[in-house]
Design a protein around this ligand. Sequence first.
Ligand code: CTP
Length: 404
Amino acid sequence: MKGKGIVVGVTGGIAAYKAAELVRLLVREEAVVRVAMTANAARFVAPLTFEALSGNRVLCDMWGPEAGAMDHISLGQEADLVIVAPATANFIGKMANGIGDDFLSTMLLAATAPVLVCPAMNVKMYGNPVVQKNLEVLKDRGVTVMEPGEGQLACRSEGKGRLPDPPEIVEEAQRLLSPRDLQGMRILVTAGPTVEPLDPVRYITNRSSGKMGYAVARAAWRRGASVVLVSGPTCIAPPRGVDFKPVRTAFEMRDTVFALAPRTHVIVKAAAVADYRPKSTADQKIKKGPRALTLDLEKNPDILAELGKTDTFSGILVGFAAETEELLGNAEAKLKAKNLDMIVANDVSRKDAGFETDTNAVKILFREGRMEETPLLGKDQVADLLLDRIKVLWEDRGERRRGD
Ligand code: CTP
């Protein structure tokens, strides 16, 4: 979001306090944020709060000294995105019916930037047919409307009407700001570790956090792909918009991946699959005895190698290679042995790359022998770069199919 101009419109509902967090998150993503508030919103939260968080003067009053003569026209035309959060029933009604009686509503009438509306109100108000009709009018006009969340509302009632959590609004904003260049692509990403049980309370696993795979899934969704994320247990929430398939063992991961493979164009295997599993799983907790314990392990299926051989999948196959030594040699051997189109080699002995980090530096090897190295980047940036390369392979494969 670096340098993107975002106008946050805040209207007069109790969820206005959550808009402060939204502005903070957008600023953290390096967006340039201007806040415009209705007079009622300013009763809930002082404009000074938004001024401090955004670093810019807040626009409340058409006629006030903070608004330039043409700000109500230019702001929504120069911005990359306008977000209305929270959007009250009254404000949605004004937007749907072309009413401009204050700074924010007038600005929206002239806005040419994409608009994201995040309704928040009492459950009955949200369910009122007139509110629903107004939302439909907005959607038909190309406005993106986020579904409110369900739960306990500030008015003490239960149901649909909560403002979506600010990180979710940021996700949606990122999607709207991204190119939709992967539209039509069906991509399956595996992520995280697998866990192989020893008994009901113990298992064998590895240090994979799932961050890289989740970043690829998130970026692919933002760019318009239809995404399935098959994930072993991780501590991170599934990204918005992806079809999330939680699994535990390598066998579960294999079954899930193979069931979906025929309908998939691209498979990215970022998961750290356990190569071995305990030969037997005890039904009851294993008790300690007087002697040392030896575990018998047997090999797990190599899901990626099986995908490289099978007729079930004919799309683009991308693997990861987690290495602590001989990075390029080992990665190249895996690329060939598993019949991949591309492999992403990760030096997991580095402190700033690989497992559990937010950054990564990778070497990308292609089937035809090309190699590319990235600098140290955020995992989101690495994900976008990988998807740029995958897109070329996918388009090229499509072209060749058409030419067959
Ligand atoms: N992989 C897999 N199934 C396995 C092991 C690995 O699908 N049983 C996939 C991983 O998801 C990754 C690639 O194969 O995309 C390489 O995984 P990695 O752990 O680096 O290598 P291994 O093939 O397991 O070889 P080694 O552990 O000996 O390095």
